[in-house]
Design a protein around this ligand. Structure first.
Ligand code: UFG
Length: 335
Protein backbone atom coordinates (compact mmCIF):
# COMPACT_ATOMS: atom_id res chain seq x y z
CA UNK A 1 0.00 0.00 0.00
CA UNK A 2 1.25 3.49 -0.83
CA UNK A 3 2.47 5.41 2.23
CA UNK A 4 0.52 8.53 3.13
CA UNK A 5 2.53 11.73 2.68
CA UNK A 6 3.43 13.45 5.93
CA UNK A 7 1.88 16.81 6.70
CA UNK A 8 3.52 19.05 9.30
CA UNK A 9 0.86 20.78 11.43
CA UNK A 10 2.24 23.50 13.69
CA UNK A 11 -0.10 24.26 16.58
CA UNK A 12 -1.78 20.88 16.08
CA UNK A 13 -2.51 20.73 19.83
CA UNK A 14 -4.51 23.97 19.69
CA UNK A 15 -8.20 24.57 19.03
CA UNK A 16 -8.32 24.75 15.22
CA UNK A 17 -5.08 22.80 14.65
CA UNK A 18 -6.33 19.77 16.60
CA UNK A 19 -9.46 19.59 14.45
CA UNK A 20 -7.21 19.67 11.35
CA UNK A 21 -5.07 16.84 12.76
CA UNK A 22 -8.23 14.79 13.18
CA UNK A 23 -9.29 15.42 9.55
CA UNK A 24 -5.87 14.77 7.97
CA UNK A 25 -6.20 11.01 7.44
CA UNK A 26 -9.50 11.44 5.62
CA UNK A 27 -7.65 13.51 3.04
CA UNK A 28 -4.77 11.05 2.67
CA UNK A 29 -2.16 12.67 4.94
CA UNK A 30 -0.27 11.47 8.00
CA UNK A 31 -0.32 14.38 10.51
CA UNK A 32 2.92 15.34 12.26
CA UNK A 33 2.04 17.80 15.02
CA UNK A 34 4.70 20.28 16.13
CA UNK A 35 3.52 22.22 19.17
CA UNK A 36 5.18 23.88 22.18
CA UNK A 37 2.17 23.07 24.42
CA UNK A 38 2.34 26.61 25.77
CA UNK A 39 -1.28 27.08 24.70
CA UNK A 40 -2.23 23.69 23.27
CA UNK A 41 -2.98 20.37 24.98
CA UNK A 42 -1.35 17.00 24.41
CA UNK A 43 -4.74 15.27 24.80
CA UNK A 44 -6.06 17.23 21.82
CA UNK A 45 -3.71 15.50 19.35
CA UNK A 46 -5.80 12.50 18.33
CA UNK A 47 -3.78 11.13 15.46
CA UNK A 48 -0.31 10.79 13.93
CA UNK A 49 3.00 11.82 15.44
CA UNK A 50 3.43 14.43 18.17
CA UNK A 51 6.64 16.45 18.60
CA UNK A 52 6.92 18.95 21.43
CA UNK A 53 8.88 21.91 20.16
CA UNK A 54 8.98 25.66 19.78
CA UNK A 55 9.08 27.29 16.37
CA UNK A 56 11.92 29.52 17.53
CA UNK A 57 14.07 26.36 17.83
CA UNK A 58 15.45 26.15 14.29
CA UNK A 59 17.71 23.16 14.97
CA UNK A 60 14.74 21.13 16.22
CA UNK A 61 12.66 22.14 13.22
CA UNK A 62 15.43 21.02 10.86
CA UNK A 63 15.56 17.66 12.67
CA UNK A 64 11.79 17.24 12.29
CA UNK A 65 11.86 18.14 8.58
CA UNK A 66 14.76 15.71 7.99
CA UNK A 67 13.08 12.90 9.86
CA UNK A 68 9.52 13.24 8.52
CA UNK A 69 10.07 14.89 5.11
CA UNK A 70 6.66 16.59 5.08
CA UNK A 71 5.00 17.19 1.72
CA UNK A 72 3.46 20.42 3.04
CA UNK A 73 2.99 22.56 6.16
CA UNK A 74 -0.19 23.86 7.81
CA UNK A 75 0.70 26.63 10.21
CA UNK A 76 -1.72 27.19 13.10
CA UNK A 77 0.73 28.04 15.89
CA UNK A 78 0.22 31.71 16.67
CA UNK A 79 -0.97 34.16 19.29
CA UNK A 80 -4.59 35.09 18.64
CA UNK A 81 -5.92 37.68 21.03
CA UNK A 82 -6.77 41.03 19.51
CA UNK A 83 -6.83 42.82 22.88
CA UNK A 84 -3.52 41.35 24.03
CA UNK A 85 -1.89 42.32 20.72
CA UNK A 86 -2.79 45.95 21.29
CA UNK A 87 -1.32 45.87 24.81
CA UNK A 88 1.76 43.83 23.85
CA UNK A 89 2.54 44.22 20.13
CA UNK A 90 6.12 43.00 20.57
CA UNK A 91 4.88 39.50 21.40
CA UNK A 92 2.78 39.41 18.22
CA UNK A 93 5.42 40.72 15.81
CA UNK A 94 8.22 38.68 17.41
CA UNK A 95 6.39 35.36 17.55
CA UNK A 96 3.75 35.45 14.83
CA UNK A 97 6.23 36.83 12.30
CA UNK A 98 9.63 35.78 13.67
CA UNK A 99 8.62 32.14 14.18
CA UNK A 100 6.99 31.96 10.77
CA UNK A 101 10.17 33.33 9.13
CA UNK A 102 12.12 30.59 10.88
CA UNK A 103 9.70 28.01 9.55
CA UNK A 104 9.87 29.42 6.00
CA UNK A 105 13.67 29.33 6.07
CA UNK A 106 13.64 25.64 7.02
CA UNK A 107 11.01 24.93 4.35
CA UNK A 108 13.18 26.59 1.70
CA UNK A 109 16.29 24.77 2.87
CA UNK A 110 14.52 21.40 2.97
CA UNK A 111 12.67 22.08 -0.29
CA UNK A 112 9.13 21.86 1.08
CA UNK A 113 7.02 23.99 -1.24
CA UNK A 114 3.45 24.07 0.02
CA UNK A 115 2.24 26.17 2.91
CA UNK A 116 -1.20 26.91 4.39
CA UNK A 117 -1.46 30.02 6.57
CA UNK A 118 -4.12 30.56 9.26
CA UNK A 119 -5.03 34.12 8.49
CA UNK A 120 -7.92 36.18 9.76
CA UNK A 121 -10.73 38.57 8.92
CA UNK A 122 -8.75 40.99 11.10
CA UNK A 123 -6.52 41.73 8.05
CA UNK A 124 -9.38 43.83 6.65
CA UNK A 125 -9.84 46.20 9.61
CA UNK A 126 -13.03 48.24 9.69
CA UNK A 127 -15.43 47.07 6.98
CA UNK A 128 -16.11 49.47 4.14
CA UNK A 129 -18.37 46.84 2.59
CA UNK A 130 -20.46 44.04 4.18
CA UNK A 131 -20.24 41.16 3.40
CA UNK A 132 -16.51 41.52 2.80
CA UNK A 133 -15.02 40.03 -0.35
CA UNK A 134 -11.38 38.90 -0.53
CA UNK A 135 -10.42 42.06 -2.41
CA UNK A 136 -11.80 44.29 0.38
CA UNK A 137 -9.15 46.90 1.39
CA UNK A 138 -6.66 45.54 3.94
CA UNK A 139 -6.29 47.96 6.77
CA UNK A 140 -5.68 46.04 10.02
CA UNK A 141 -6.53 48.00 13.16
CA UNK A 142 -4.61 45.86 15.65
CA UNK A 143 -1.17 44.17 15.76
CA UNK A 144 -2.75 40.69 15.60
CA UNK A 145 -4.40 41.38 12.23
CA UNK A 146 -1.35 43.30 11.08
CA UNK A 147 1.00 40.42 11.91
CA UNK A 148 -1.10 38.10 9.72
CA UNK A 149 -1.29 40.65 6.92
CA UNK A 150 2.49 41.06 6.99
CA UNK A 151 2.83 37.27 6.71
CA UNK A 152 0.51 37.23 3.71
CA UNK A 153 2.69 39.81 2.00
CA UNK A 154 5.92 38.02 2.90
CA UNK A 155 4.47 34.85 1.38
CA UNK A 156 3.54 36.63 -1.85
CA UNK A 157 7.17 37.76 -2.24
CA UNK A 158 8.53 34.33 -1.28
CA UNK A 159 6.37 32.77 -3.98
CA UNK A 160 7.75 35.19 -6.55
CA UNK A 161 11.37 34.82 -5.45
CA UNK A 162 11.61 31.19 -4.30
CA UNK A 163 8.51 29.45 -5.67
CA UNK A 164 7.14 28.77 -2.17
CA UNK A 165 3.41 28.21 -2.81
CA UNK A 166 0.98 29.26 -0.13
CA UNK A 167 -2.73 29.63 0.54
CA UNK A 168 -3.92 32.08 3.18
CA UNK A 169 -7.24 31.33 4.77
CA UNK A 170 -8.92 34.30 6.40
CA UNK A 171 -11.08 32.92 9.17
CA UNK A 172 -14.06 34.79 10.47
CA UNK A 173 -15.24 33.59 13.93
CA UNK A 174 -14.05 30.02 14.50
CA UNK A 175 -16.49 28.31 16.85
CA UNK A 176 -18.21 25.06 17.81
CA UNK A 177 -16.58 21.72 18.56
CA UNK A 178 -15.89 18.35 17.00
CA UNK A 179 -19.26 16.69 16.32
CA UNK A 180 -18.24 13.41 17.95
CA UNK A 181 -17.40 15.33 21.13
CA UNK A 182 -13.68 14.43 21.21
CA UNK A 183 -12.29 17.94 20.81
CA UNK A 184 -13.18 21.54 21.42
CA UNK A 185 -12.11 24.92 22.63
CA UNK A 186 -10.06 25.20 25.84
CA UNK A 187 -8.27 28.53 26.03
CA UNK A 188 -6.71 29.96 29.20
CA UNK A 189 -7.85 32.64 29.70
CA UNK A 190 -10.98 32.28 27.59
CA UNK A 191 -11.76 35.41 25.57
CA UNK A 192 -14.28 34.26 22.96
CA UNK A 193 -17.98 34.97 23.10
CA UNK A 194 -19.47 31.49 22.74
CA UNK A 195 -17.49 29.67 25.47
CA UNK A 196 -18.03 32.64 27.79
CA UNK A 197 -21.78 32.60 27.15
CA UNK A 198 -21.80 28.84 27.84
CA UNK A 199 -19.88 29.45 31.09
CA UNK A 200 -22.57 31.94 32.11
CA UNK A 201 -25.36 29.48 31.20
CA UNK A 202 -23.67 26.75 33.25
CA UNK A 203 -23.17 29.03 36.24
CA UNK A 204 -19.36 28.93 35.91
CA UNK A 205 -19.35 32.71 35.67
CA UNK A 206 -21.78 35.15 37.15
CA UNK A 207 -22.80 36.67 33.83
CA UNK A 208 -21.72 37.60 30.36
CA UNK A 209 -20.99 41.25 29.65
CA UNK A 210 -22.35 42.41 26.31
CA UNK A 211 -19.74 44.78 24.91
CA UNK A 212 -21.92 47.61 23.63
CA UNK A 213 -25.60 47.86 22.66
CA UNK A 214 -25.35 51.09 20.67
CA UNK A 215 -23.86 49.79 17.43
CA UNK A 216 -25.58 50.56 14.11
CA UNK A 217 -27.05 47.02 13.90
CA UNK A 218 -30.70 45.91 14.23
CA UNK A 219 -30.43 45.12 17.99
CA UNK A 220 -27.45 47.39 18.72
CA UNK A 221 -24.97 44.55 19.43
CA UNK A 222 -22.04 43.47 17.23
CA UNK A 223 -22.59 41.06 14.37
CA UNK A 224 -20.12 38.27 13.57
CA UNK A 225 -19.95 35.42 11.07
CA UNK A 226 -19.55 32.20 13.10
CA UNK A 227 -17.97 29.29 11.26
CA UNK A 228 -17.73 25.77 12.66
CA UNK A 229 -14.21 24.60 13.41
CA UNK A 230 -14.62 21.29 11.53
CA UNK A 231 -15.80 23.16 8.43
CA UNK A 232 -12.73 25.37 8.80
CA UNK A 233 -10.45 22.33 9.11
CA UNK A 234 -11.97 20.78 6.01
CA UNK A 235 -11.33 23.93 3.97
CA UNK A 236 -7.61 23.62 4.77
CA UNK A 237 -7.41 20.23 3.11
CA UNK A 238 -9.46 21.27 0.08
CA UNK A 239 -7.13 24.27 -0.29
CA UNK A 240 -4.01 22.14 0.12
CA UNK A 241 -5.16 19.54 -2.41
CA UNK A 242 -5.98 22.25 -4.90
CA UNK A 243 -2.69 24.07 -4.39
CA UNK A 244 -0.73 20.83 -4.86
CA UNK A 245 -2.67 20.14 -8.04
CA UNK A 246 -2.50 23.60 -9.63
CA UNK A 247 0.88 24.63 -8.20
CA UNK A 248 -0.57 28.08 -7.55
CA UNK A 249 -0.83 30.29 -4.48
CA UNK A 250 -4.28 31.63 -3.52
CA UNK A 251 -6.34 33.12 -0.67
CA UNK A 252 -9.88 32.64 0.63
CA UNK A 253 -12.32 33.97 3.18
CA UNK A 254 -13.73 31.27 5.42
CA UNK A 255 -17.10 32.28 6.74
CA UNK A 256 -20.76 31.51 6.04
CA UNK A 257 -21.86 34.87 4.66
CA UNK A 258 -24.45 35.13 7.45
CA UNK A 259 -23.96 37.17 10.59
CA UNK A 260 -25.45 36.90 14.08
CA UNK A 261 -25.49 39.53 16.78
CA UNK A 262 -24.20 39.00 20.32
CA UNK A 263 -27.83 39.14 21.48
CA UNK A 264 -28.86 36.45 18.98
CA UNK A 265 -26.02 34.22 20.19
CA UNK A 266 -27.30 34.62 23.76
CA UNK A 267 -30.88 33.78 22.74
CA UNK A 268 -29.82 30.75 20.72
CA UNK A 269 -27.69 29.56 23.65
CA UNK A 270 -30.72 29.72 25.93
CA UNK A 271 -32.70 27.69 23.37
CA UNK A 272 -29.98 25.04 22.92
CA UNK A 273 -29.08 24.63 26.60
CA UNK A 274 -32.51 25.26 28.10
CA UNK A 275 -30.73 27.50 30.61
CA UNK A 276 -30.92 31.21 31.30
CA UNK A 277 -27.84 33.23 30.32
CA UNK A 278 -27.37 36.04 32.86
CA UNK A 279 -26.15 39.08 30.93
CA UNK A 280 -25.25 42.67 31.69
CA UNK A 281 -24.60 45.53 29.35
CA UNK A 282 -21.08 46.95 29.31
CA UNK A 283 -19.25 49.54 27.25
CA UNK A 284 -17.96 48.85 23.76
CA UNK A 285 -14.68 46.91 23.59
CA UNK A 286 -12.05 49.03 21.83
CA UNK A 287 -11.25 47.85 18.32
CA UNK A 288 -14.52 45.95 17.71
CA UNK A 289 -16.06 46.66 14.29
CA UNK A 290 -19.90 46.66 14.36
CA UNK A 291 -20.23 43.91 11.79
CA UNK A 292 -17.86 41.34 10.26
CA UNK A 293 -19.41 39.05 7.70
CA UNK A 294 -17.60 37.17 4.96
CA UNK A 295 -18.39 37.02 1.34
CA UNK A 296 -17.63 33.32 1.11
CA UNK A 297 -18.48 32.51 -2.50
CA UNK A 298 -14.88 32.11 -3.63
CA UNK A 299 -14.05 29.16 -1.35
CA UNK A 300 -17.35 27.52 -2.25
CA UNK A 301 -16.84 27.97 -5.97
CA UNK A 302 -13.11 27.32 -6.32
CA UNK A 303 -12.60 24.73 -3.57
CA UNK A 304 -16.07 23.16 -3.66
CA UNK A 305 -16.25 23.89 0.07
CA UNK A 306 -19.69 23.50 1.65
CA UNK A 307 -19.88 24.27 5.38
CA UNK A 308 -21.84 21.39 6.96
CA UNK A 309 -21.94 22.28 10.65
CA UNK A 310 -22.07 26.07 10.60
CA UNK A 311 -25.74 26.72 11.40
CA UNK A 312 -25.60 28.73 14.61
CA UNK A 313 -27.72 26.10 16.35
CA UNK A 314 -25.29 23.28 15.39
CA UNK A 315 -22.31 25.38 16.43
CA UNK A 316 -23.89 25.93 19.84
CA UNK A 317 -25.03 22.32 20.25
CA UNK A 318 -21.53 20.98 19.57
CA UNK A 319 -19.90 23.67 21.72
CA UNK A 320 -22.32 22.91 24.57
CA UNK A 321 -21.69 19.16 24.41
CA UNK A 322 -17.95 19.88 24.57
CA UNK A 323 -18.36 22.41 27.34
CA UNK A 324 -20.17 19.84 29.51
CA UNK A 325 -17.45 17.26 28.89
CA UNK A 326 -14.65 19.73 29.54
CA UNK A 327 -16.10 20.68 32.87
CA UNK A 328 -16.90 17.16 34.02
CA UNK A 329 -13.24 16.23 34.49
CA UNK A 330 -13.03 14.06 31.36
CA UNK A 331 -10.74 16.29 29.37
CA UNK A 332 -7.37 15.18 30.72
CA UNK A 333 -7.94 11.51 29.91
CA UNK A 334 -5.24 10.28 27.58
CA UNK A 335 -6.25 9.29 24.06
N1 UFG B 1 -18.22 39.85 23.10
C1 UFG B 1 -19.02 40.31 24.14
N2 UFG B 1 -18.70 39.90 25.40
C2 UFG B 1 -17.65 39.08 25.69
C3 UFG B 1 -16.84 38.61 24.63
C4 UFG B 1 -17.16 39.03 23.33
O1 UFG B 1 -19.97 41.05 23.94
O2 UFG B 1 -17.41 38.79 26.89
C5 UFG B 1 -18.54 40.27 21.73
C6 UFG B 1 -17.40 41.01 21.06
O3 UFG B 1 -17.48 42.38 21.37
C7 UFG B 1 -17.66 40.68 19.59
C8 UFG B 1 -18.29 39.29 19.62
O4 UFG B 1 -18.74 39.10 20.96
O5 UFG B 1 -18.58 41.58 19.07
C9 UFG B 1 -17.32 38.18 19.28
O6 UFG B 1 -16.16 38.35 20.09
P1 UFG B 1 -14.99 37.29 20.15
O7 UFG B 1 -13.99 37.81 21.13
O8 UFG B 1 -15.54 35.92 20.35
O9 UFG B 1 -14.40 37.31 18.67
P2 UFG B 1 -13.86 38.56 17.80
O10 UFG B 1 -14.88 38.81 16.73
O11 UFG B 1 -13.44 39.70 18.63
O12 UFG B 1 -12.51 37.95 17.23
C10 UFG B 1 -12.48 36.82 16.37
C11 UFG B 1 -11.19 36.05 16.63
C12 UFG B 1 -9.99 36.89 16.27
C13 UFG B 1 -10.13 37.39 14.87
C14 UFG B 1 -11.43 38.06 14.67
C15 UFG B 1 -11.59 38.37 13.21
O13 UFG B 1 -11.11 35.69 17.98
O14 UFG B 1 -8.84 36.09 16.37
O15 UFG B 1 -12.51 37.22 15.06
O16 UFG B 1 -12.80 38.82 12.93
F1 UFG B 1 -9.16 38.29 14.62
Amino acid sequence: MKKRPNLLITGGAGYIGSHAVKEARKYGFQPITYDSLLMGHRWAVRDGVFVKGDLSNRAKLVQVFRKYKPAAVMHFASHLSVGESVANPQKYYRDNIGNALNLFSVMLEQKVNYFILSSTAAVYGNPVKVPMPENHPKNPINPYGDSKYILERILAWYDQAYGLKSTYLRYFNASGADVSGELGEDHHPEIHLIPLVLDAAAGLRKEITVFGTDYPTPDGTCIRDYIHVTDLAEAHFLALKRMMKTGKSDFFNLGTGKGYSVQQVIWMTEKVTGLKVPAKIGPRRPGDPPSLVAQSKKAQKVLGWKPKYSKLETILETAWRWHQKLHSGLKKKPV
